[in-house]
Write a protein that binds this ligand. Sequence first.
Ligand SMILES: [Zn+2]
Ligand SMILES: [Zn+2]
Length: 279
Amino acid sequence: MSKKNQRREPPPDPAPLPGLVDAHTHLAACGGRSAEAVAAILDHAEAVGVGRVVTVADDMVDARWAVDAATWDERCYAAVALHPMHAGDLDDEAKAELEQMARHDRVVAVGETGLDYYWPSRSADCAAPQVQASAFAWHIDLAKRVGKPLMIHNREADRALLDILAAEGSPETVIMHCFSGDEAVARECVDRGYLLSFSGTVTFTNAAELQRAALVVPDEQLLVETDAPFLTPHPYRGARNESYCLPYTARFLADLRGTPEAQMAAVLGANARRVYRIG
Ligand SMILES: [Zn+2]
Ligand SMILES: [Zn+2]
């Protein structure tokens, strides 16, 4: 078998680490587009201790799938928004539908929204920064109106994103999904009371700066996520990610922070249950 093929095999099951919640995943992109497929992904996750997941929408079709998944399976909750790349789709009709979905009792957050400065110069399909900024402001206001956490996507836009949040006024709960900033940005987010959610990127061998950032976050502001099917943790980087892989990243955080893994899992799980108000 070639090295390439080996890399593409799914990662093996990690040893179970009970109590975890996958704070951000994309079930539809993992193939979870029917009740049976969602149940299979969640059964696999539950077998290694990941008892709850929050599935996140990118576009309107995805948002409907996310709400469906959350109604199909009690282990699944949803977050809805238009991803910054799709911010150009935010017309009046989309706004009305998103607001209705955001008020659904299985929808626990408004996201992912924010700014992505990586893609606009690389893809004609990606909304321009100004379009993203106005969609972001609309989603910030939506999170406040429905009283649910704001889940933020940020790629290479630290300063602009923090400035817009300050100008608009942060909702009560802000989650920086797949946190990617340095120690200074982490400190600023911590000081503002935001939660920092770490994905497999924190485990990468070239992630020393991100690992330093993870060390400045107090226990009660820390979350863990897969962002599956992307960002598979080390040493499986490049293979397909799914919620069952979450213990790899949780264990890495425990080791990094010098916390026993069971205690780390309890903290991470409790934080997710508290901010998303789930059982
Ligand atoms: Zn994202
Ligand atoms: Zn995502």
